[in-house]
Design a binder for this molecule. Sequence first.
Ligand code: UD1
Ligand code: UDP
Length: 357
Amino acid sequence: MSQKIAIVLGTRPEIIKMSPVIRECTKRDVDYFILHTGQHYTYNLDKIFFEQLELPDAKYNLDVGSDSHGAQTGTILREIENVLIQEKPDVVLVEGDTNTVLAGALAATKLHIKVGHVEAGLRSYDRTMPEEINRVLADHCSDYLFAPTEKSKQILLGEGIPTARIVVTGNTVVDAVYQNLSICEGRTNPLHELGLVSGEYFLATAHRQENVDVKTIFESIISGLERVAGAFGLPVIYPIHPRSRKMMDRFGLNSTGILFIDPVDYLSFLQLESNAKLVLTDSGGVQEETCILNVPCVTLRDNTERPETLEVGSNILAGTKTETILAATTEMLGRTINWSNPFGDGSASEKIIGVLE
Ligand code: UD1
Ligand code: UDP
């Protein structure tokens, strides 16, 4: 008999990376439901993906909204518990490293409901990042650890997690890219609307708390992006996360050298990524997607929990200083694009649901 699965999600990357898992559940007629915590709620970070990826509506939306870490995590924990007691799923699936993930995993394990963690075993070894705390704790209360790579499996084994709990599946981001890239063909290209030419612009995203919540660091990133635009004579386009927009307003930061736009839908972002000369980012998902799409990536951080991208050569760590951002961009543009994607063949969701069934 198949298990009843609760798919818990709450933010943009979770909706995108869980979308192939949801499709797989529908395809196999699995008994499942979606629980949305409401951590993300702005249309461009949330509903736009359900509509475009044609995902079923969440059965529950906890509408928790934004708050401090403790308050947000605590509210999700309390509210999810009510739903789990009522629904009695056999397994709760969470993906990634957000506050939604930690609260979902904790609520389930305390009710003795099995937890499946998609994207288990990633480590930046930087405990100042809220995501690092979330992923370590979620891994250690999970029963099924779906590690994207052999490296992440080895990390989990090194932390004493029994081998029987770990399955290397690849990352569901590959499934999401492959499933959706083909839909992009024949679709209106966002490049035209923005006046961009393929291969002749840079794409940027930055939203990490440790980058954009500190004025001097955010300022330095913006001036790094301006230096890159100036040095190569090409535009930088930055679909800006609401957190970053809020902090720019609060700090009184501005830039005439960067084209800021609202966050875009997934198909548009895939098109912007795959046609970019190079992408500068502090996003986890974007480091993976650029690797899959054969586009060079410069990461605006000092560390990454995606070291596979550094090893294959698709990515480089630039930190957040203006000079190092320009130097890393120059170095990446000198590299030959001949890496292969370490995150699997696009069958991660099939493997995950296969294990649970
Ligand atoms: C969260 C995750 C981060 C992930 C990111 C994906 C945590 C600790 N952080 O960061 O790991 O990379 O999502 O995008 O879980 N806001 C809106 N509308 C929204 C959501 C947020 O305007 O729909 C604004 C609010 O001002 C809010 C701020 O963004 O205070 C931060 O939102 P929050 O969910 O706390 O963290 P993210 O930065 O989105
Ligand atoms: N993304 C998107 N529109 C945008 C920016 C990003 O659809 O305007 C997608 C991107 O393709 C990737 C995911 O959002 O799949 C990454 O999410 P984010 O950077 O918010 O979170 P992280 O991966 O850092 O947790």
